[in-house]
Design a binder for this molecule. Sequence first.
Ligand SMILES: Cc1cc2nc3c(=O)[nH]c(=O)nc-3n(C[C@H](O)[C@H](O)[C@H](O)COP(=O)(O)O)c2cc1C
Length: 184
Amino acid sequence: MSNTWHETLPATLNRAWSLLERGTKDGRHAARFPTLATISETGPQQRTLALRKANRADATLTLYTDAATPKVTELTKDARASLHIWDQTSQIQLRIAATVVMEPGTAEIWEQMPQGARTVYGVEPPPGTPISDPEGFDRTPNFKKFLELTLHVRGLELVALGLPVHRRAVFRAADRWTGQWLAP
Ligand SMILES: Cc1cc2nc3c(=O)[nH]c(=O)nc-3n(C[C@H](O)[C@H](O)[C@H](O)COP(=O)(O)O)c2cc1C
């Protein structure tokens, strides 16, 4: 990675996408586990999800979830979401605004998934249901509960600390990703 990436807007956008791509490949990288924020009836909600794919060409990010989780209800009512990453190593924060499209996960991905990983899709009673015994639930893999969330990125903001001064830039799909520096 060039250490001059922060000098131009296009190189800064490249840096943001390379960080996201790294998260899809490196289980130890901060971008592997972003925070997804949605809008619920009682206010904002956030949770950690694993980042599965990052496709710069069409500006999409992919996450997987159980179709019975509350976030799916929230996204059905309001498809706007925000994704947040703080990478301590590179001192970069990413804040992504997206519109989420939900579709059943493919059989191809399901078949490649280890059995243990499949059990998170099909928790009964459904995730978030009050239970009297903390272990009072079943984890039976259920392909029908395997849901793919595609985040269509509308905007991406990067804050980098140091360098030697802080940098902040925003990029928007509506501006064809040309980007704009912001006061940090
Ligand atoms: C490290 C970590 C990774 C997680 N990965 C996922 C994931 O990829 N998909 C998912 O639906 N939930 C994942 N979870 C669980 C969510 O954070 C959340 O508890 C669950 O999806 C229910 O969210 P909801 O009630 O907001 O719908 C993960 C949690 C942790 C701590």
